[in-house]
Design a protein around this ligand. Structure first.
Ligand code: 2RA
Length: 396
């Protein structure tokens, strides 16, 4: 019943299950698993019964996808879930019951006080607090900005944050990507569109998962309607930022907007700290922060944009300014690939930390070695560099 991928330190390689291997995030996950340092023994690909039997390539090996069932977790040490909330809610506890550590990318457990919400650059120590055997990954919009904001918080003490997101179509899954491309096809080449109310709407046809046309438009809505006009996405940014930063009363206001970008979320952040912060001080902290790249030279036209950031791992930060009205407030613009750091990469980083922890448990444990091993693992995971080129696209 328990996860026992391949026991016996020092060559211990935990067995990994990737649940949701055939979805948009699952596909990026297979690419990451194929290019990051290989810490895994068996990699078992799991998906809905509809996708079972497909063959996908991971780490150069063609692997058959198995159907989600209890048996899928037998012998598994770490199970990643890239599936809808209700699937995770039902199956992550099953994986944990089989002795695996479940790393869940859905919203099912993020705010559960017995489930840590981990961003390895910010709060890796929370990984140890997992009484349910489940660790949660944050929402892609939070993840796109929190590594940069967390570094600034550590240096200057965050007091309040106002953000506006510019979210890509792929945040709404494959249906979002398909809808955007279909709408772009329909508006392409018609030079009169966008000059009369309703003309774009009448041409694009299907709205897909969006409440208004996305091509040639911006849509001030993402997620579902919650109390008093807030969207679920806006509340996630608030609640998740509070939990990750360990600031349960942090003031956060968010407005989430969908833009006609395929992949990579952007967030404009207005962050107020406990003391004055100059632009130079903010740059210095951001440049030293793991997982952050500063691209900030507006005179040279240098700032992050989604089309330049997509497919990369870091959070890219530009347009850093000290507020003209409050020296304690910094304005910045952050771009992060919502399918990589916003989803698959953060999940992979958490899983790698768990793998290191499981491996270190099997080593002789002289006083202090656990702590040293943990710090070393965090450093390795954050180095986050591909160790081999991407293999060809999966054939499934
Ligand atoms: C979105 N953040 O962009 C969501 C996906 N989890 O719609």
């Amino acid at each position: 019943m328990s996860g026992t991928g391949s026991t016996g330190a020092p060559g211990f390689r935990p067995a990994l299950a990737v649940v949701g291997a055939t979805g948009a995030v699952g596909t990026v996950m297979l690419d990451l698993l194929s290019t990051r340092e290989d810490v895994w023994g068996e990699i078992r690909l799991v998906a809905s019964p509809r996708s079972a039997g497909r063959r996908l390539t991971v780490r150069g090996r063609e692997t058959e996808v198995v159907a989600l069932s209890q048996d899928a977790f037998d012998g598994i040490d770490v199970a990643m879930f890239d599936v809808p909330d209700e699937v995770s809610a039902a199956w992550a506890p099953v994986a944990a019951g089989y002795g695996a550590v479940a790393v869940d990318n859905s919203g099912a457990f993020r705010m559960d006080p017995e489930v840590p919400l981990v961003v390895p650059e910010i709060n890796p120590e929370q990984l140890a607090n997992r009484p349910k055997g489940i660790v949660a990954n944050a929402n892609c919009t939070t993840l796109s900005m929190i590594v940069a904001v967390g570094a600034l918080h550590r240096a200057f003490g965050l007091q309040e944050m106002v953000v506006a997101s510019y979210q890509a179509a792929s945040g709404a899954g494959q249906a979002g990507i398909d809808t955007l491309y279909a709408q772009l096809d329909k508006v392409a080449g018609t030079r009169s569109l966008g000059q009369r109310a309703g003309d774009v709407r009448s041409v694009v046809g299907e709205l897909g998962p969006f409440p208004a046309p996305l091509a040639m438009n911006v849509v001030p809505w993402a997620g579902s309607l919650k109390a008093d006009g807030w969207s679920s996405e806006e509340l996630k940014i608030r609640n998740e930022s509070r939990k990750i930063l360990g600031l349960p009363t942090l003031k956060v206001s968010a407005t989430c907007v969908r833009v006609p970008v395929v992949t990579t979320h952007s967030v404009a952040v207005h962050a107020t700290f406990s003391r004055p912060v100059s632009r130079e001080q903010a740059w210095e902290v951001l440049r030293a922060a793991p997982g952050v790249v500063v691209a900030d030279d507006p005179a040279a036209g240098e700032f992050p944009t989604p089309v330049d950031v997509v497919g990369t791992d870091p959070s890219w930060v530009g347009r850093v300014r000290q507020s003209l009205d409050d020296p304690r407030t910094i304005e910045l613009f952050v771009c992060g690939d919502n399918l990589r750091k916003g989803a698959a990469l953060n999940t992979a980083q958490i899983a790698e930390l768990v793998a290191a922890e499981l491996g270190s448990r099997l080593l002789p444990n002289p006083a202090g070695s656990g702590t040293r091993a943990a710090s070393f693992a965090v450093a390795l995971v954050l180095a986050s560099r591909p160790v081999m080129p991407s293999p060809p696209e999966p054939d499934g």
